[in-house]
Design a protein around this ligand. Structure first.
Ligand SMILES: *[C@@H]1O[C@H](CO)[C@@H](O)[C@H](O)[C@H]1NC(C)=O
Ligand SMILES: [Cu+2]
Length: 399
């Protein structure tokens, strides 16, 4: 059994290093380098609670906010795997995303475009919605906000697609999702890790990296090894857990971290990862994992919530996540409660997931070769860890 404490430490460890050059600014002095540290950093190494709250308290303008959804869920949006979309469906999705990237911002949160508004709603409260019980509910709402903006502001007629990462574990680098025309472009081969191909190569993000805000390209650093964590065996391990308290850290630790780090760059940054449009396909994949878990015992799991509402611990102590906890959308779309997003076919959300077809003969887990490689890697990692321990015998870290 994983203790709550170590589960949290692991979930908080969703931090990865990035090699892109960053300017030094006031916030960086205030917060330190939030993109450094990486998997072994501890929550207490991060910025102070006060510094985080200073950022989170930015007041949005609510003028541009979409009205709350009205009416019952009758016709459910069909969320399908990217690899199952036709070329014209892919093109429509990409064009709608490009449209969001051209529309002006509406929230006065500090971003330039409507696309940036959604990066902002994530950046400003990243410490409230990762490594805790709000992690899956918040990201479910963020996917919905994105899907809604595409449809209502950019004329998109489809549903938010997901990336069938389970079918591509261990070999992300050859995924058709990185196609230059009917995909998101390739690896970060340019200066500073900028993507140089595909529809999003010219987009200038004004939000990120991390808590910083400066104009930069979308950066990537694809890593096949990290992408193994999205494999069927890791997803199945989470699906087999009996409670939300156990399932969310499992989803966070393996498929979630794996996919983020496997795309790398912008995506590997826990604060500003929505800067890469692949964020939405990754988190919709994860949302489907959560939904698959819920559907195994829908009656009970539609009400099962656990974990805290923030990470790190506030000076006043941890607060438990509850069904009536409010998820803050910073004026991008209306706030909702955790209860509002527990059912994807409820009053607020109205979609369902279509299983991946895997027509191209894709494997859903890897073969013997990959298993063998992984065992060798694990052995190497153990040896590395042992070497490290030998070096740091006086280090009292609990990990
Ligand atoms: C959304 O929730 C946040 C946090 O609870 C709150 O401060 C904000 O006023 C809410 N916004 C709206 C429009 O209700
Ligand atoms: Cu996130």
């Amino acid at each position: 059994m994983v203790s709550v404490r170590s589960a949290l430490a692991l979930a908080v460890a969703f931090l990865a290093s990035t090699s892109a050059a960053r300017p030094h600014g006031l916030l960086e002095e205030l917060l330190g380098d939030v993109t450094a540290g990486a998997p072994h950093s501890h929550p207490q190494d991060g910025p102070s609670w006060d510094a985080l709250m200073k950022i989170a308290n930015v007041q949005p303008s609510l003028e541009g906010m979409l009205p709350a959804k009205t009416g019952p869920c009758v016709e459910k949006l069909q969320r399908r795997a990217w690899s199952d979309l036709s070329k014209s469906e892919k093109k429509e999705y990409i064009d709608a995303e490009l449209c969001l990237m051209k529309l002006p911002q509406k929230t006065n949160l500090g971003g330039k475009t409507r696309y940036d508004d959604l990066v902002k709603s994530h950046q400003l409260q990243a410490f409230l919605v990762h490594g805790d019980g709000l992690f899956l509910p918040f990201h479910r709402l963020q996917m919905h906000a994105h899907e809604r903006a595409l449809r209502e502001e950019c004329g998109y007629t489809g549903a938010q697609p997901y990336w069938d990462e389970e079918g591509e574990a261990g070999h992300f680098s050859t995924s058709e999702i990185f196609d230059e025309v009917y995909g998101f472009g390739g690896d970060g081969t340019g200066t500073g890790g900028c993507i140089e191909t595909g529809p999003f190569k010219d987009y200038t993000l004004s939000t990120g990296l991390g808590y910083l805000n400066y104009d930069h390209c979308i950066i990537r650093k694809i890593n096949d090894r990290e992408s193994r964590l999205t494999a069927k065996k890791y997803v199945d391990a989470c699906l087999a857990l009996p409670t939300f308290a156990e399932a969310w850290p499992c989803i966070g630790r393996n498929p979630h971290n794996g996919g983020h780090r496997a795309v790398g760059g912008e995506m590997a940054n826990p604060i500003s990862s929505p800067g890469d449009p692949l964020f939405y396909l990754h988190h919709t994949f994860l949302d489907r994992v959560w939904w698959r878990w819920q559907a195994l015992d829908k009656e009970n799991r539609i009400k099962d919530i656990a974990g805290y509402t923030s990470n790190p611990e506030p000076p006043t102590g941890y607060v438990d996540a509850k069904l009536n906890t409010v998820l803050n959308m910073y004026g991008v779309t209306p706030n909702a409660t955790v209860a509002d997003v527990m059912d994807i076919g409820g009053d607020l959300l109205c979609h369902e997931y279509v299983d991946p077809q895997r027509k191209g003969g894709k494997k859903e887990s890897w073969g013997k070769k990959e298993e063998k490689e992984e065992k060798e890697d694990e052995k190497e990692e153990k040896e590395d860890e042992k070497d490290k321990k030998d070096e740091e015998t006086d280090d009292e870290d609990e990990e």
